[in-house]
Design a protein around this ligand. Structure first.
Ligand code: ITT
Length: 191
């Protein structure tokens, strides 16, 4: 089956291709289709934004589409940055986002957090979502060079004390919010 994944994030696409390896599902992404432009994400929830991205691309192509909206929720910050994870800092780079998060948690002992991912399918037969999460905590110094985004700051409960950025992609996919959401992809595909 062919699916158009409404993402322009090359790291996400690489992770998801690895998760779906061997399933017979073939993905193209917005990086393969620059003519489709950027998918909008204007909502206050992961679910709204995941559906919005997939609906945008489905409306333009008529093809079966999926999208993932994801981010990190930090309990001491009332769940921020959440849906605004990508643009947490004015610079909106991973380095600046991570530096801002560490600054906001300076001296804070309660460092629990979670990654969340909502995966949406939109196709000729309708629209459906599933989600995945990964619980953990924020460290005080970045560690590791794998992955992307907030991975160097996040120690998953199941990672043996390593940050997400110290896990291989296969190890990350086995426990991550995205790995968990995409393991449920068959639930939302046409029967
Ligand atoms: P698309 O919308 O094009 O898919 P994006 O990067 O904008 O790509 P999101 O809107 O879902 O994706 O924002 C997710 C942000 O949350 C992302 O830019 C990272 O800052 C963070 N994030 C999400 N998943 C992550 C992961 O697995 N590891 C580290 N950071 C992650």
């Amino acid at each position: 089956m062919k699916l158009l994944f409404a993402t322009a994030n090359a790291h996400k696409a690489e992770e998801v291709r690895a998760i779906l390896d061997g399933t017979g599902i073939e993905l193209t992404t917005l990086l393969d289709h620059p003519e489709l432009g950027d998918a909008p994400e204007t909502g206050d929830t992961f679910e709204h934004n995941a559906l919005e991205k997939a609906e945008y691309v489905f409306a333009k192509t008529g093809l079966a589409c999926i999208a993932d909206d994801s981010g990190i929720e930090v309990d001491a910050l009332g769940g921020k940055p959440g849906v605004h994870s990508k643009r947490f800092s004015p610079e909106a780079t991973a380095e600046a986002n991570n530096a801002l998060l560490l600054a906001k948690l300076d001296g804070v002992a309660e460092r629990s957090a979670r990654f969340r991912c909502v995966l949406a399918y939109v196709g000729p037969d309708g629209k459906r979502t599933v989600d995945g999460r990964c619980e953990g905590r924020i460290v005080t110094e970045p560690r590791g060079h794998e992955g992307f985004g907030y991975d160097p700051l996040f120690v998953p409960d199941e990672g043996g004390g390593r940050t997400m950025a110290e896990l291989s992609m296969a190890e990350k996919n086995a426990i991550s919010h995205r790995g968990r959401a995409f393991s449920r992809l068959p639930e939302i595909l046409p029967g």
